[in-house]
Design a protein around this ligand. Structure first.
Ligand code: NAD
Ligand code: MG
Length: 400
C-alpha cells in the first residue's frame, strides 16, 4: 500500500475485549485504517454486526458450521464480506499480501500459528496474545527478525516499556538496567491467602481496574497474568530473567517503568484504557487519538507501591523458575495454566489449586530436544503438558 492509502488491518479475535477496543480505535481514524479481515471463535451475532459495520474483505470462523451460518446471514444482508473457515484460514489471512497490520488478540496458545504467520510475512504485528510469545519464545522472536516484522507490544505494561525506550532497538541493551512491571494485585490483593479456596469464577473475573476476557481476568486474580508478562518481557526486550522485576501498584496509573543504567527511571502513565496501547501500536512512531480519557493527577488519590510477596502470589514466581529452567519450560507453564484456568471456570478445580497444578506440571514435564525448534514441536510439548495438567486436575478434583 502507498503511504497515503489507509493501512489494511486484520483483527484476529475481533469479538473479544481487545478486538472490540481495536475496532473502536480504528473507527476513529477511517482515513488511516481499513478493516481487511475479522475473526472470532463463536459469537456469530457479534461478528456479523462487526462485518456489517466495518465491511471487511474477509471474516474467519474456524468452525465450518458457524461459518456457513455467518455466510448466509451476510448474504441476506447484502454484504460482500467473504467468509473463510478452518484453522489454517487464520494464518492465511494474517499473512495475506494486502494486509499491512495484524492485531493478534486471540486468547491462548491457539493464537501462536497465526501470529507466527504474520511475523514470517513481515507484518506490523500488534501482539496482545501474550500466550503466543510465552509459548513461542526464541522461535517466535526469530520469526519476527527473519520475517522483518515490526513487533508492537499491546499488553499495557509492555507498551509502557516500549514507549519509554528509543525507536532504535540496538540501543536498548546498553541503556536498560532493569524494568519494573507494575501489577494491580487483582481483586484479592488484600485477602487472606488461606481464604482463597472458595473463590468463584464470578469473583475472580471482577477486576478492580480493567474489564477483560475471562481467562486473563482469572490470570490477574492468581497473578499468573504477571508471570506470563515477566516471560513476555524477557523475550520482547531481550532481558535476563533477573532484569524483569514486579511491583504491586494498586491504582494502575503507572503502567510500567524502565530503570536505566544511570538509575534514571522512566515511567509511562495514563488512565487504565487499552485503547492507548492499541492506538500506539497502530500509529507508531506517530501518535493518534485513542478515545481514552485524560489522566487527571489532581483527582488521583495518590500512587502507592507494595512488594509482590511470594507467599501471597506464589504463581508469579513460577515465571522466573520457568525462565531459569530448560528452554520450553515457559511453554509447559503456559499450557498447565490454560488447562487449570479452564477447569476453574468450569468449576472443576478450586481457585487456590490453579497455582499447584501449574507448579507440579512445570516440575514434572521436561522439554525434549528438538521440541523448541518448530511450531509443531512446541505444540507437541504444549499437548504433553496439557495432558499432565489434566491428570493433576482429575486427581485434585476427585475426593481421596
Ligand atoms: P477475550 O476472551 O475477550 O477474546 C478472545 C478472542 O479470541 C475472541 O474474539 C474469541 O472469539 C477468540 N478466540 C478464543 N479462542 C480462540 C481459538 N481457539 N481460536 C481462534 N479464536 C479464538 O480475550 P481478551 O481479553 O480480548 O484477550 C485477548 C488476548 O489479549 C489474551 O491473550 C490476553 O492475555 C491479552 N490481553 C488482554 C488485555 C485486556 O485488557 N483484555 C490486556 C492485555 C493483554
Ligand atoms: Mg498487562
Amino acid at each position: 500500500a502507498s503511504s497515503n492509502a489507509p493501512q489494511q488491518v486484520c483483527v484476529l479475535g475481533s469479538t473479544g475485549s481487545i478486538g472490540t477496543n481495536t475496532l473502536d480505535v480504528i473507527a476513529r481514524h477511517p482515513d488511516r485504517y481499513r478493516v481487511f479481515a475479522l475473526s472470532a471463535m463463536s459469537r456469530v451475532d457479534e461478528l456479523l454486526a462487526q462485518c456489517l459495520t466495518h465491511q471487511p474483505r474477509f471474516a474467519v470462523l474456524p468452525d465450518a458450521r458457524l461459518a456457513a451460518d455467518l455466510r448466509h446471514r451476510l448474504a441476506d444482508a447484502g454484504s460482500r464480506t467473504e467468509v473463510m473457515d478452518g484453522l489454517q484460514a487464520l494464518s492465511d489471512i494474517a499473512a495475506h499480501p494486502e494486509v499491512d497490520a495484524v492485531m493478534a488478540a486471540i486468547v491462548g496458545a491457539a493464537g501462536l500459528a497465526p501470529a507466527m504467520a504474520a511475523a514470517r510475512a513481515g507484518k506490523r504485528l500488534l501482539l496482545a496474545n501474550k500466550e503466543a510469545i510465552v509459548l513461542g519464545g526464541a522461535l517466535f522472536m526469530r520469526a519476527v527478525e527473519q520475517g522483518g516484522a515490526t513487533l508492537l507490544p499491546i499488553d499495557s505494561e509492555h507498551s509502557a516499556i516500549f514507549q519509554c525506550l528509543p525507536e532504535d532497538r540496538s540501543t536498548w541493551h546498553a541503556r536498560i538496567d532493569h524494568i519494573v512491571l507494575t501489577a494491580s494485585g487483582g481483586p484479592f490483593r488484600q485477602r487472606d491467602p488461606a481464604s482463597l479456596a472458595d473463590v468463584t469464577p464470578e469473583q475472580a473475573c471482577a477486576h478492580p481496574n480493567w474489564v477483560m476476557g475471562r481467562k486473563i481476568s482469572v490470570d490477574s486474580a492468581t497473578m499468573m497474568n504477571k508471570a506470563l508478562e515477566v516471560i513476555e518481557a524477557r523475550w520482547l526486550f531481550n532481558l535476563q530473567p533477573e532484569q524483569v522485576k514486579v511491583l504491586i501498584h494498586p491504582q494502575s496509573i503507572i503502567h510500567s517503568m524502565v530503570v536505566c543504567r544511570d538509575h534514571s527511571v522512566l515511567a509511562q502513565l495514563g488512565t487504565p484504557d487499552m485503547r492507548v496501547p492499541i492506538a500506539y501500536g497502530l500509529s507508531f512512531p506517530e501518535r493518534i487519538t485513542s478515545g481514552a480519557s485524560r489522566l487527571d493527577l489532581l483527582t488521583t488519590q495518590g500512587l502507592s507501591f507494595e512488594e509482590a510477596d511470594e507467599r501471597r502470589f506464589p504463581g508469579l514466581h513460577l515465571s522466573w523458575r520457568a525462565l531459569r529452567s530448560a528452554e520450553g519450560s515457559t511453554a509447559v507453564l503456559n499450557a498447565a495454566n490454560e488447562e487449570a484456568v479452564a477447569a476453574f471456570l468450569n468449576r472443576g478445580l478450586r481457585f487456590d489449586q490453579i497455582c499447584r497444578v501449574n507448579r507440579e506440571t512445570l516440575d514434572a514435564v521436561a522439554p525434549q530436544a528438538g521440541e523448541v525448534d518448530s511450531v509443531e514441536g512446541l505444540l507437541a510439548l504444549d499437548a504433553r503438558a496439557r495432558r499432565h495438567a489434566q491428570s493433576q486436575i482429575q486427581r485434585l478434583s476427585s475426593p481421596a
